[in-house]
Ligand binder design. Structure first.
Ligand SMILES: [Zn+2]
Length: 486
């Protein structure tokens, strides 16, 4: 599934410039969030299109350039520093071409070869000091190395103790920059502490990373995991930042859209879409493939979303969320057990306060759901663990697996006579455990599960909130609930 999206996103990438003309002042803005590190290399022919002399904005080397947007932001930042009396700052190194980086790296390899190291060892040592070609953030035109005359115009740790070094570390986020290689993140970034190296990412990303103590790699990993985060800046502007495997920005209202840019998170190519926060319920499902299913479940009271008005459809569902959604679906199908409201929706019973599970707090929002489903034999094998000391655990925050969802849903159909066979058998179910096989086949025959593009169920994979919602809506449709997706 993910592979498919990757191909789709590559195709969309080609048309990105065409679909976002209003918000991008140059093609470089679409690349503002590129992740460049030892795992994510830039192509040898990547050259930013808006390279601008940095000397237009500050004291800098004559051949130092950056993207137009980053250079202008540096101009604002340097002006603010000057207003505070900090003027001893120099733009030492900005955009660096692939060829220049290769030459620097080759020279370093030669240096170690001359010291008697083997070629492989020399390459390894060289790359710890000078990034390999393609692995330098300087090729993006978004990175800058500053120096001061006070620390001898050299790129050393002492820059971090100079007044400008300290000012930049504490304030550069206000101008869209991050200290790219902090001292306590070297294991994650793969680079030593570089107090002189700053990277442009823009608003509100720089502020979010600064306030939450995240480096770029951590920020993208968080975005990929959550699918969307919302954030209100110190200036009082609320933003929603999405990581999307394919560019869904065309589905969003133009007046909310701020930027769309390419990014890599982990190993996936995707888009970072920045918007203001719209005043509509579950705003992040607008244009999502599962929107109709999710809206239908919302109207039935099965789904309520998160407190920041997001649904996070691409986020993997947790065990706690899974039992909660399945329970609400169960109550819709068994109204005599629920006690209906005037609107014909289930009246959820009061929360059980005392938890019998060591890892489920008393009064947890999913505790009723868990206990009821357990009493109905609707909890997949393995979800509840009976420990040797007589206690039980549930691991509520752990991601639910596809087989766990299937085996918790299949019992909804047990009271029915055998379904007519769909004639579809998912390939990886042929040799599967008989109980799992029966559960999945039931859902396939009921039209709830269709399998992936290659005809497999992938029982041990995580499953997204959108995918589970789709299954639940199809179950409600199967049992005769009005659906917009028939
Ligand atoms: Zn640098």
């Amino acid at each position: 599934m993910k592979k498919l999206f990757l191909i789709a996103s590559l195709a969309l990438l080609m048309t990105l410039a065409a679909v976002t003309p209003a918000l991008a002042s140059s093609a470089d803005d679409n690349c503002r969030h590129m992740l460049v590190n030892k795992q994510h290399l830039l192509d040898s022919d990547y050259v930013p299109s808006s390279l601008t002399p940095l000397s237009n904005y500050m004291a800098a080397g004559g051949n130092v350039t950056m993207t137009a947007e980053a250079a202008a932001a540096i101009g604002e930042m340097v002006d603010a520093m000057a207003a505070e009396g900090l003027t001893d700052i120099y733009g030492q190194s900005g955009y660096r071409s692939y060829a220049t980086q290769k030459m620097l790296n080759d020279n370093k390899i030669l240096y170690y070869r001359n010291l008697g190291y083997s070629y492989e060892h020399a390459v390894e040592l060289a790359c710890t000091v000078v990034a390999a070609p393609g692995a330098s953030e300087h090729q993006s035109g978004l990175a800058i190395d500053f120096t001061t005359s006070a620390n001898g115009s050299s790129l050393t740790d002492s820059f971090g103790t100079t007044p400008v070094g300290q000012w930049l570390a504490a304030n550069s986020w206000k101008y869209g920059f991050i200290l790219r290689y902090p001292a306590d993140k070297t294991e994650i970034t793969g680079y030593i502490y570089e107090p002189w190296h700053f990277r442009y990412v823009g608003e509100p990303h720089a502020e979010y990373m600064y306030k939450n103590d995240l480096c770029l790699e951590e920020y993208y990993a968080l975005l990929q995991e959550e699918g969307i985060i919302t954030y209100t800046t110190e200036a009082g502007v609320s933003y929603a930042v999405r990581f999307d495997q394919y560019n869904n920005s065309t589905n969003l209202p133009a007046d909310e859209l701020i930027s769309v840019s390419r990014a890599y998170a982990d190993s996936e190519l995707g888009f970072i879409i920045t918007t203001t926060v719209p005043q509509i319920e579950l705003f992040d499902i607008t244009g999502h493939w599962a929107e109709a299913y999710i809206r239908n479940l919302t109207s039935l009271g099965v789904i309520t979303g998160y407190t920041d008005n997001t649904f996070r459809p691409e986020k993997n569902i947790s065990r706690a969320e899974m039992v909660s959604l399945i329970y609400r679906t169960y109550l819709l199908l068994h109204p005599n057990e629920a006690g209906m409201t005037d609107l014909g929706l289930p009246q959820y019973p009061p929360v059980v306060t005392e938890s019998p599970f060591i890892d489920v707090p008393d009064g947890a929002y999913y505790l009723d759901a868990l206990l009821t489903l357990q009493s109905k034999d609707m909890i997949a094998p393995g979800l509840i663990q009976n420990n040797a000391d007589g206690t039980a655990s549930f691991l509520p925050e752990q991601n639910a697996l596809r087989r766990e969802v299937a085996q918790s849903l299949a019992p909804l159909f047990t009271a029915l006579p055998d379904l007519p066979s769909s004639g579809i058998v998912l390939k990886d179910m042929v040799e599967a455990d008989p109980e799992l096989q029966a559960a999945v086949q039931l859902l396939v025959d009921a039209g709830v599960v269709t399998g992936n593009a290659s005809g497999n169920f992938m029982p041990d994979e995580d499953i997204t909130r959108a995918e589970v919602s789709t299954m639940l809506d199809r179950i409600l449709t199967f049992f005769g609930y009005e659906s917009e997706n028939n």
